[in-house]
Write a protein that binds this ligand. Structure first.
Ligand SMILES: [Zn+2]
Length: 410
C-alpha cells in the first residue's frame, strides 16, 4: 500500500486512553475489554456494532445527564419506541470539523432541507454549522414533492438562497423541478449533501442544472462526521477528519473517536458501510470511497443474494433512470419482488410495456439464479414503471431496497 499504511497505534499514544476507558466503562460491553488497557494495541479491542450500541442505551443517557458540558440526544433507525440513541456534545465537534472543512461563508444563505425534529441529526448539525460560520440559516425542513417546492421557489429567490443542505433525494426534487421547467435560482451556488449515497439519477439532475459547488459529509448519528468532501472530490469519495481514527476492517469503515469530548462509545465502531482507501483527485490526504452498505444477504424464494445485486443490474439498463427493489412479504410463502423503475424518456416517447419487459429480461439474464427460481412462477418478479420512487418522508432518503407487507398495500 501507499503512504496510507500506518502503524497500528497503541492505546495511550495516538488513541487517548480516556476514549477507550469510556467504552470499557459501560457495564453492558465492558467485559470484552482486556484489563491492561494501557498496553494493548487498538486492533486487539472488540469491534462494536449497532447491537452493542443499543445495549448501552440506559447507561449512555445516564452519562449524558451527569455531564456538565451539555449534550444533544439524537437517534436513528428502529421504531419510534426504540430509536438507536446517540448523545453528541453540544459543540457537535464543529471546531474540529471546521479545521479541515469549512464550506460556509458569512454571505451564505442556507436552505436547511433536513428533517427538523424526530431526533434527526442533520438538521441540528446544519443549524449549528450556519451559526458558527456566521452564515444565514433558513430552517425549512423537507419540502415534500415538486408541487410544494414550486410554492417555495419565490421565497428562495426572495431571501437569496445560496446553498441547499439536505439529502440527495431532497436536492434532486428541487433541481429536477428547475431543470424540467428550465429555470435557475439566480443566487444558488452550493450543495451540501449528507444522509445517503448520491444515486446516479440524483447526480444527473445536479449536472443538468449546471455548475454548483458540491460539499459532502459522511458519517452516522452515532459516530458523527467521519469524512468530508470538497467540490474537487469525486462524489462518494471523502477524507476522514482528524478527530476520528479510521480503520478499514474487512472492508468496513471502523471508527475510533480521538476527541475526549466524545460521549458515545466510539471505539472500533462499525456503522455498517463498505469503503476502500483511495487517492482523491483533489490531492488531499486520508481519502476513502464509500462503496455502499455492508448489507446482510437477503433470502428470496430459495436463493441468497445481496440486495445491491438486483438493484445494480436493473440500474445498468439503458432505459432506467432510477430504480428501487421492493420485497413484498419477504420470508412468507407468497413472497415476491417488485422492481420499480423510473424510465428515461426520450423525445416524450416511451413504450412502457416493451421497456419493462426488456428490463425484466436484463435482470433475469444477469442473475441466472433468480431466473431459475422464477422460471415456473414468473409472477414472483414484476417490473413496474413509476413516476417517482418511494421516499422515506421522515428522513427524505430513497432506499434502494424496501420491505413491504401486502397487508399495507393500498
Ligand atoms: Zn478529495
Amino acid at each position: 500500500m501507499t503512504s496510507f499504511k500506518r502503524e497500528e497505534p497503541t492505546l495511550g499514544e495516538k488513541i487517548p486512553l480516556e476514549i477507550v476507558q469510556l467504552a470499557s466503562g459501560f457495564s453492558e460491553i465492558g467485559e470484552s475489554y482486556p484489563a491492561d488497557l494501557d498496553r494493548v494495541p487498538l486492533e486487539s479491542l472488540p469491534i462494536l456494532r449497532k447491537a452493542h450500541f443499543r445495549s448501552v442505551k440506559d447507561s449512555l443517557l445516564n452519562r449524558a445527564r451527569k455531564r456538565s458540558g451539555g449534550a444533544v440526544i439524537l437517534g436513528s433507525g428502529g421504531t419510534t419506541s426504540e430509536p438507536l440513541i446517540s448523545v453528541i456534545p453540544s459543540g457537535m465537534f464543529l471546531k474540529q470539523i471546521r479545521q479541515v472543512w469549512d464550506p460556509l461563508k458569512p454571505d451564505d444563505v442556507v436552505a436547511n432541507l433536513n428533517v427538523g425534529g424526530e431526533l434527526g441529526s442533520m438538521f441540528p448539525f446544519f443549524s449549528s454549522l450556519c451559526d458558527v460560520s456566521n452564515a444565514v440559516s433558513v430552517p425549512l425542513g423537507p419540502l415534500g414533492d415538486q408541487k410544494a417546492v414550486e410554492r417555495w421557489l419565490p421565497f428562495f429567490e426572495a431571501v437569496g438562497v445560496t446553498t441547499l443542505a439536505g439529502t440527495p433525494t431532497q436536492m434532486s426534487i428541487v433541481l429536477g423541478l428547475l431543470n424540467e421547467t428550465n429555470r435557475r435560482l439566480s443566487t444558488l451556488k452550493k450543495l451540501i449533501w449528507t444522509g445517503e449515497a448520491f444515486s446516479a439519477a440524483a447526480l444527473e439532475e445536479v449536472k443538468r442544472y449546471g455548475p454548483l459547488e458540491m460539499y459532502g459529509a459522511y458519517g452516522s448519528t452515532e459516530t458523527w462526521v467521519i469524512g468530508v468532501s470538497y467540490p474537487e472530490c469525486p462524489v462518494g469519495t471523502f477524507h476522514w477528519v482528524p478527530y476520528q481514527h479510521v480503520e478499514f476492517v474487512e472492508g468496513q469503515v471502523t471508527v475510533t473517536c480521538l476527541d475526549t469530548d466524545c460521549i458515545n462509545p466510539i471505539v472500533r465502531y462499525q456503522p455498517g458501510d463498505h469503503a476502500l482507501v483511495c487517492e482523491c483527485a483533489c490531492g488531499r490526504p486520508r481519502a476513502f470511497s464509500v462503496e455502499g452498505r455492508a448489507d446482510e444477504q437477503v433470502k428470496f424464494l430459495s436463493i441468497l443474494f445481496y440486495p445491491r445485486e438486483p438493484y445494480d443490474v436493473v440500474s445498468s439498463h439503458p432505459d432506467v433512470h432510477a430504480s428501487q427493489i421492493i420485497l413484498i412479504d419477504n420470508g412468507s410463502p407468497q413472497e415476491r419482488m417488485e422492481v420499480q423503475v423510473v424510465l428515461n424518456v426520450c423525445d416524450g416517447q416511451v413504450d412502457i410495456e416493451s421497456a419493462t419487459r426488456s428490463i425484466r429480461d436484463h435482470l433475469l439474464g444477469k442473475l441466472y439464479r433468480l431466473a431459475h427460481e422464477t422460471h415456473d412462477r414468473p409472477e414472483r418478479i414484476v417490473v413496474r414503471a413509476v413516476e417517482q420512487l418511494n421516499t422515506n418522508p421522515r428522513t427524505m432518503k430513497t432506499p434502494y431496497i424496501v420491505y413491504r407487507s401486502s397487508k399495507k398495500e393500498g
